[in-house]
Design a binder for this molecule. Structure first.
Ligand SMILES: *[C@@H]1O[C@H](CO)[C@@H](O)[C@H](O)[C@H]1NC(C)=O
Ligand SMILES: *[C@@H]1O[C@H](CO)[C@@H](O)[C@H](O)[C@H]1NC(C)=O
Ligand SMILES: *[C@@H]1O[C@H](CO)[C@@H](O)[C@H](O)[C@H]1NC(C)=O
Length: 328
């Protein structure tokens, strides 16, 4: 039984009771209004009953929720990273383990371009701030500056590059073995390390969340780095990627445990978990810039599109999935 059938049934029963009521009243020739005493001591089960009803209603909403929207198929190897386009809502890029990069139009859900970027894994990918081109790397993470023509790569050390030059402008080392992720802060240039992925809160420039190999995520305030503000648990394997919602209130995580989870920033545990039978280890995840969708890429070559709010009705989703929104 799906949601419309269920609603239909409820409506049908409502009308049926209404008709029965009218018949009954007509037969008795008087109003059926029964005086009712609302004294809680006479209705000891009122509260628990209402509570169960509310709980049931919530459960039904969850049962009928259909968070999965669509899958983008086309890669011939596991997907390793994804990048959002800074200017176009309907464009997303994905990089696979065989060195292939695909550019997708989410409106049509079709691949618009395939580029053989490398021989090996595409480990890092970022789009230039003006949106005209993108960078990929084989061994390291990469991120582009939010406004300037510079980008950062990581590996043995963190290097800052000018787009026009072939050697790095600056290099940083921390005496750790290797650095697997690097991200520019939208306000100033700051870098982090050691975790699988990290994401800056788009609304609070000092806050970022790091996805860790030890199944947990940690949210830090840059001004007080000694201790995390909050630890987020629930995943049962390494957390591989994290991305903030554009409102900065929630973030989505991808894990080796074959699921993605949505965490409110202020909560230690997740409000939502998405998985399907066929979905393998999820390597990358992105929250769409219009706050409606979540995209995840996984080992078995699929990019999946999910609703950010599982029980929200998005109306017509096929084929007009996202609208393009070009910022000039
Ligand atoms: C809640 O749902 C259960 C079955 O899931 C049902 O047995 C129970 O009567 C429902 N309670 C209310 C108050 O609707
Ligand atoms: C995606 O496809 C739609 C429909 O064909 C088109 O209007 C839109 O311009 C395309 N978007 C991009 C970024 O190419
Ligand atoms: C999700 O959508 C439902 C239905 O539109 C709404 O009642 C609920 O508040 C939304 N939840 C969140 C977390 O936005």
């Amino acid at each position: 039984m799906d949601a419309t059938e269920y609603n239909g049934l409820v409506l049908f029963l409502d009308i049926w009771f209404l008709i029965m009521n009218i018949f009954f009243q007509l037969e008795n020739g008087k109003d059926l209004e029964v005086p009712r005493n609302y004294d809680p001591s006479l209705h000891p089960f009122e509260m628990p009953r209402e509570y169960t009803r509310a709980l049931n209603a919530t459960k039904l909403e969850r049962v009928f929720a259909k968070p999965f929207v669509a899958a983008l198929e086309g890669h011939r190897d596991g997907i390793n990273c994804m990048a959002k386009h800074p200017k176009s809502l309907s464009t997303v890029l994905s990089g696979a383990c065989d060195g292939e990069v695909k550019i997708w139009n989410l409106t049509t859900r079709k691949c618009t371009r395939t580029v053989q970027a490398h021989e090996g894994f595409v480990r890092g990918m970022c789009v230039r701030h003006c949106g005209t081109s993108f960078f990929t790397t084989v061994y390291t993470g990469v991120d582009h500056h939010w406004t300037d023509a510079i980008f950062a790569t990581c590996g043995q050390q963190v290097d800052i590059w000018d787009e026009q030059r072939t050697s790095p402008m600056q290099s940083y080392t921390w005496g750790v073995d290797s650095i697997s992720t690097v991200k520019f802060n939208p306000v100033e240039l700051i870098l982090e390390m050691r975790t699988n992925a990290l994401c800056w809160n788009p609304m609070e420039a000092f806050i970022f969340t790091a996805a860790n190999e030890n199944y947990k995520l940690y949210t830090y305030d840059m001004r007080r780095m000694e201790v995390p503000i909050r630890m987020h648990t629930d995943h049962v394997s390494a957390v591989l990627d994290v991305d903030y919602s554009p409102t900065g209130k929630e973030f989505v995580t991808a894990s080796f445990d074959k699921s993605i989870r949505i965490f409110p920033v202020t909560s230690g545990s997740s409000r939502e978990v998405y998985h399907t039978q066929r979905m393998q280890h999820v390597t990358c995840v992105r929250w769409s810039s219009d706050n409606k969708y979540i995209l995840c890429g996984s080992d078995e070559m699929n990019i999946r599109i999910w609703k950010a709010n599982a029980s929200e009705k998005l109306g017509l989703v096929s084929p007009l999935l996202l609208s393009q929104n070009t910022i000039h």
